[in-house]
Design a protein around this ligand. Structure first.
Ligand SMILES: *[C@@H]1O[C@H](CO)[C@@H](O)[C@H](O)[C@H]1NC(C)=O
Ligand SMILES: *[C@@H]1O[C@H](CO)[C@@H](O)[C@H](O)[C@H]1NC(C)=O
Ligand SMILES: *[C@@H]1O[C@H](CO)[C@@H](O)[C@H](O)[C@H]1NC(C)=O
Ligand SMILES: *[C@@H]1O[C@H](CO)[C@@H](O)[C@H](O)[C@H]1NC(C)=O
Ligand SMILES: *[C@@H]1O[C@H](CO)[C@@H](O)[C@H](O)[C@H]1NC(C)=O
Ligand SMILES: *[C@@H]1O[C@H](CO)[C@@H](O)[C@H](O)[C@H]1NC(C)=O
Ligand SMILES: *[C@@H]1O[C@H](CO)[C@@H](O)[C@H](O)[C@H]1NC(C)=O
Ligand SMILES: *[C@@H]1O[C@H](CO)[C@@H](O)[C@H](O)[C@H]1NC(C)=O
Ligand SMILES: *[C@@H]1O[C@H](CO)[C@@H](O)[C@H](O)[C@H]1NC(C)=O
Length: 660
């Protein structure tokens, strides 16, 4: 009925209008509770679609007001229908009664004449069911290299069958902007990032096919591989990399992929995926013949691929900053994929820096708990796109913060005056931290008189280790000069939380945040120490908190084996008599923690373990995430992560036994 109603409306309003209006989309699903093995599964199904905006009546075209209203009203309203499998008819309607394609608008563009939206809802499905749902209609937009104005079909396989490991399956996720700009007549390798919350699954992507597939349905209609002859592309399924050349400028090329998750290699051989996720999008060919063809670039305020924890119900803003490299060009538009409820401000030019900026505002909802992605690409007025820039917000989680050191009861060690041979530095954080999952998260040791003495990229450098609430930095050799002053600064993400993509700490560039100076034996007992700035007469080397480390939670795989802190107390009473009126008493208490009786080489070994352990997480964090089912993947983290964490710990124990 609903469909007929809409069809009638469309026929009435658009009988003379070009019917082409589809730009692709995706469907994913996850169970609310992956541990369930009986009864009815509460299944969260998400859909995301992009459309040609001017096709719709003015009242149904996305605007900022419609984004803010959050009513599902963007799209066709036609059926997402069950086409094959146990649940069809009984638990998922073969008409449009269960789910239609009206979505909450999330993104729109006047210049590109598109709008996109997402919708998710929870549906009761009995356990042990495997079924396929499709959204099929017409027409794809015109001006496509192949399949112009043709039918579309987008199908997903969903399973509530208990996996061999005892859990319910979560669909893989792929994320893409709806339109990806590529220079024509140049060979491109485009990677579609895939990820799966079931970390041990093998993911393989393939071209959608019209028959003989797991969905038992036509997965691609007008844009099946066999019909896209004008783009001779090759596809590597294991990393979902496409190689192709777009022949014609100002034309679109449709891509229909299915991303499938397999339990193990036997399932791959037998071609028995647990689920199948459609991902359909468009390439758009452009011809950049201008003399200056450096594309614009999105820079900051947070770096690409950052993961940031945000609380529920608190409004946050994010500034997207775009740099232009060609005189006379400006930013005219953005292509974006954002979660429900994000509103975008106007594109403005910062007269100071010459950069273009857009402010996003969002109040995350309780039902958006978990990872939600924002992806953007800027388009300049000559239609040249920037790099893609993605941020993951982890809704309902805090980002860790490095704790500002105080002189006496400091969180950082050492502060104040330290020996020249000091090689171990540590700082505490507000929550349990891990190594960051991306490179470019650097900690700097700066000379107060200028210059970086040493820097470590926390993304990979084995000199930096993460143990519980503490970051430890180990120098190979101490570079310090007696009497000199130093301070420490940090990039965004030096400390990363342990949840999912690892919410990042904010950058810290304050030169007074963590300061220390080097004891100069030559002047130790004179008044010099009392007149120099930053100086303290007390050497406080705080032990790294070994006792607060809960080894069960050490996801880095590094277990602190020495629990007894070796304490050396040096008490020097130096009375200076001749030159000073007030005799100075230097009371030196050094508490040296033997936190790491392990060489950097050994650390490297452990870090490798922790990196291997985190591969699945890195994979997830690397992808250009958007909100769609990422949220769904979140719940399973603990279940999939724990066993490998425990295994790593056991491996480590064995190793330590051998060493000791
Ligand atoms: C998930 O299902 C398991 C098994 O039925 C049950 O023990 C657990 O309480 C459920 N968890 C939630 C959050 O409902
Ligand atoms: C699900 O299917 C498996 C294998 O067919 C069977 O062993 C199991 O009992 C079924 N579970 C339920 C709840 O029906
Ligand atoms: C994908 O895999 C193929 C074959 O192994 C390889 O040649 C290609 O470099 C890979 N692409 C990426 C982006 O890793
Ligand atoms: C790109 O533009 C140049 C200069 O205008 C033109 O010579 C060339 O044929 C164009 N290429 C395509 C594929 O349109
Ligand atoms: C968020 O706001 C809604 C509506 O005001 C309220 O029902 C909910 O409890 C709030 N959630 C949190 C976590 O503050
Ligand atoms: C961008 O440049 C075009 C001409 O190149 C100009 O018409 C337009 O007004 C400019 N837009 C902005 C926002 O500066
Ligand atoms: C550093 O130097 C101090 C004073 O010279 C000495 O007591 C201490 O043992 C040295 N520490 C190391 C690790 O060499
Ligand atoms: C980070 O940098 C290291 C050293 O250059 C490199 O080996 C590693 O592959 C990089 N990791 C990522 C995720 O780029
Ligand atoms: C710090 O700067 C001072 C003065 O410029 C210089 O003498 C000293 O060698 C520097 N220290 C280090 C460790 O680079």
């Amino acid at each position: 009925m609903i469909r007929n109603f809409f069809i009638i409306i469309f026929i009435l309003e658009f009988s003379v209008v070009d019917p082409s209006h589809f730009y692709g989309g995706t469907i994913t699903a996850r169970p609310e509770n992956v541990s369930q093995t009986t009864g009815t599964v509460q299944l969260i199904v998400r859909e995301r679609w992009s459309w040609r905006k001017s096709y719709y009546p003015v009242a149904s075209r996305c605007t900022n007001a419609i984004i803010a209203a959050q009513t599902p009203m963007i799209g066709d309203g036609s059926a997402v229908a069950c086409v094959s499998g146990a649940a069809c008819g009984s638990h998922w309607s073969t008409g449009g009664a269960t789910m239609n394609t009206l979505t909450w608008c999330t993104d729109y563009s006047e210049n590109l004449d598109t709008h996109s939206g997402e919708y998710y809802n929870t549906f009761p499905i009995p356990i042990n069911a495997s079924f396929s749902i499709c959204f099929a209609s017409n027409a794809w937009l015109n001006a496509m290299g192949s399949g112009s104005g043709g039918s579309w079909s987008v199908c997903g396989r969903i399973s509530t069958v208990v996996r061999p490991d005892g859990y319910l399956n979560t669909s893989p996720v792929a994320v893409s902007l709806p339109i990806i700009y590529k220079q024509v007549q140049v060979q491109h390798a485009h990677v579609v990032q895939m990820s799966d919350f079931d970390g041990s699954d093998t993911l393989i992507c393939r071209w959608a096919t019209s028959s003989g597939n797991v969905n038992g349905a036509d997965e691609c209609a007008g844009i099946c591989r066999s019909t896209v002859a004008s783009v001779p592309a090759s596809l590597t399924g294991s990393n979902c990399t496409m190689s192709f050349t777009l022949p014609r400028a100002r034309w679109y090329y449709g891509v229909a992929l299915q991303i499938e998750d397999f339990y193990d290699s036997a399932a791959v051989t037998a071609n028995k995926p647990m689920s199948s996720v459609p991902m359909q999008f468009l390439f758009y060919g452009y011809n950049d013949s201008s003399s200056c063809n450096t594309p614009p670039a999105i820079i900051g305020e947070r770096p690409n691929r950052a993961c940031i924890g945000v609380p529920i119900n608190v409004t946050l803003t994010l500034t997207v900053i775009v740099q232009i490299f060609c005189a006379g060009k400006n930013i005219s538009d953005f292509i974006s994929t954002v979660p429900r409820g994000v509103t975008k401000g106007p594109i403005t030019k910062n007269s100071g820096t010459g950069n273009y900026e857009m402010i996003l505002t969002w109040t995350p909802r309780a039902d958006q708990y978990g990872p939600q992605g924002i992806c953007m690409a800027a388009i300049d007025n000559t239609n040249i796109p920037s790099n893609q820039w993605c941020i993951t917000y982890l809704v309902g989680f805090d980002s860790p913060e490095v704790i500002r050191p105080k002189l006496v009861q400091g969180s950082a060690s050492p502060i104040g005056t330290v020996f020249q041979n000091q090689t171990t530095f540590s700082i505490q954080t507000s929550k349990f931290v891990n190594r960051p999952t991306r490179n470019g998260t650097t900690i700097y040791f700066n000379n107060v008189t200028g210059g970086i003495v040493q820097q470590f990229d926390c993304g990979w450098d084995p000199h930096v280790t993460y143990t519980g609430y503490t970051i430890v930095i180990n120098f190979d050799t101490a570079p310090w000069v007696p009497g000199q002053f130093y301070y420490v600064t940090m990039d965004s993400g030096v400390a990363s939380g342990t949840e999912f993509c690892g919410p990042e700490s904010a950058p810290m560039y304050d030169p007074t945040f963590w300061v220390f100076n080097i004891w100069n034996p030559a002047v130790s007992s004179t008044t010099t120490t009392t007149t120099t700035p930053f100086t303290t007469a007390t050497v406080t080397t705080k032990p790294t908190s070994t006792t607060s480390i809960n080894t069960l939670l050490t996801t880095t795989g590094i277990v602190i084996t020495t629990t007894s802190v070796v304490t050396t107390t040096v008490t020097t009473s130096t009375s200076t008599t001749a030159t000073t009126t007030t005799p100075l008493t230097v009371s030196t208490t050094t508490t040296e923690s033997i936190l790491s009786p392990i060489s950097p080489k050994d650390f490297e070994e452990y870090c490798r373990q922790s990196i291997a352990l985190m591969t699945s997480l890195i994979l997830i964090a690397l992808m250009p995430v958007h909100g769609l089912a990422m949220y769904g993947l979140f719940t399973k983290l603990d279940n999939t992560f724990n066993p490998s964490r425990i295994r790593t710990k056991q491996r480590h124990k064995q190793r330590m036994k051998r060493i000791l």
